[in-house]
Ligand binder design. Sequence first.
Ligand SMILES: Nc1ncnc2c1ncn2[C@@H]1O[C@H](COP(=O)(O)OP(=O)(O)OP(=O)(O)O)[C@@H](O)[C@H]1O
Ligand SMILES: C[C@@](O)(CCO)CC(=O)[O-]
Ligand SMILES: [Mg+2]
Length: 385
Amino acid sequence: MEVKARAPGKIILSGEHAVVHGSTAVAASIDLYTYVTLRFPTPSDDDDTLKLQLKDMALEFLWPISRIKDALSGLGCPDSSTPTSCSIEATKTLAALVEEQNIPEAKIGLASGVSAFLWLYTSIQGYKPATVVVTSELPLGSGLGSSAAFCVALSAALLAFSDSVKIDLNHQGWLLFAEDELDLLNKWAFEGEKIIHGRPSGIDNTVSTYGNMIKFRSGSLTRIKSNLPLKMLITNTKVGRNTKALVASVSERTLRHPDAMNFVFSAVDSISEELSSIIQSPVGDDLSVTQIEEKVEELMEMNQGLLQCMGVSHASIETVLRTTLKYKLASKLTGAGGGGCVLTLLPNRTIVDKVTSELESSGFQCFTAGIGGNGVEIYLGGGSS
Ligand SMILES: Nc1ncnc2c1ncn2[C@@H]1O[C@H](COP(=O)(O)OP(=O)(O)OP(=O)(O)O)[C@@H](O)[C@H]1O
Ligand SMILES: C[C@@](O)(CCO)CC(=O)[O-]
Ligand SMILES: [Mg+2]
């Protein structure tokens, strides 16, 4: 029995960090995916282990099922229909199970992802032997929602073979979940994100689950549709960072300067609201494509200024901003900042070659991605597409 799931990464057009503090944000899925394959052994395989293979990193983790059962079965019964938070006690137990695997020091950031895997696996599937294989087209820890895509794809594969979801086993090709199943899947993925991020807003797992473009505030989403084909250049500064630490640093600044930071968050809220209405406005009578693009550019610049205020920009991000400005292009960081990826709006008229080669000569990596496609999908029955 085998199922493959894929979940997209995302860009945040406006509102990262402020969204953790109750402001509106706007995000869209991108056509770069994390893939999770789940395979249960047959009795003749005589395999009583749980294996997690992170193919891109050539890493394999393996636990005897008896070891996992001994460690976790006292902490509650698996129930795929009820997304459950990982308690402090369970967090410690998972950390011990991960530590036994001796993750190389240079890749220790993966430990939280492996803990999230163990939590989602045992909560949804219980104590069954299986092999789970993960690959990703997303750079990890770069602001494109790799942690959420991982949790969403994992939840999809695990739920596909649970009592909580009814899937058509005869379906050929990629298959979408029903709306109520997506709601359950999204809640499970959020529990995984909590293990990786500490205090996520839920925007990343939500946009990876439902796809398209969304406006998100305080846990609820509104689907939106851009009236112009938004083209974004994504520049990866390749400066590593960790979303959990950056989110915590903004919360600490908020504790030190609550009044000032609340004005910042409220300004971001207005920017996101304006951005969402401007991209949905009809092109033609009142506003031309160029006028809409100019407004989006200005809002992106304003959002970037406020992200600097929150303390999450970085010298490498500033280099990208300066370079793109030379070509009269507007940019902002996307995701948690502190390095990672920067978005640059590419208006209709733009020729990208010059700006791209100048950015790449600084050691950055540039690419474009399709924006606003499907959210999570599964593929049944061995092989792949
Ligand atoms: N394919 C994967 N396999 C295993 N772990 C993963 C994978 N993708 C992400 N993770 C986990 O998520 C962590 C990166 O998450 P983090 O939230 O810091 O960055 P991001 O999600 O890429 O960016 P952002 O949250 O700003 O969009 C990794 O260190 C790892 O623990
Ligand atoms: C920085 C943040 O706002 C977005 C990370 O992609 C964190 C979150 O919303 O969970
Ligand atoms: Mg993340």
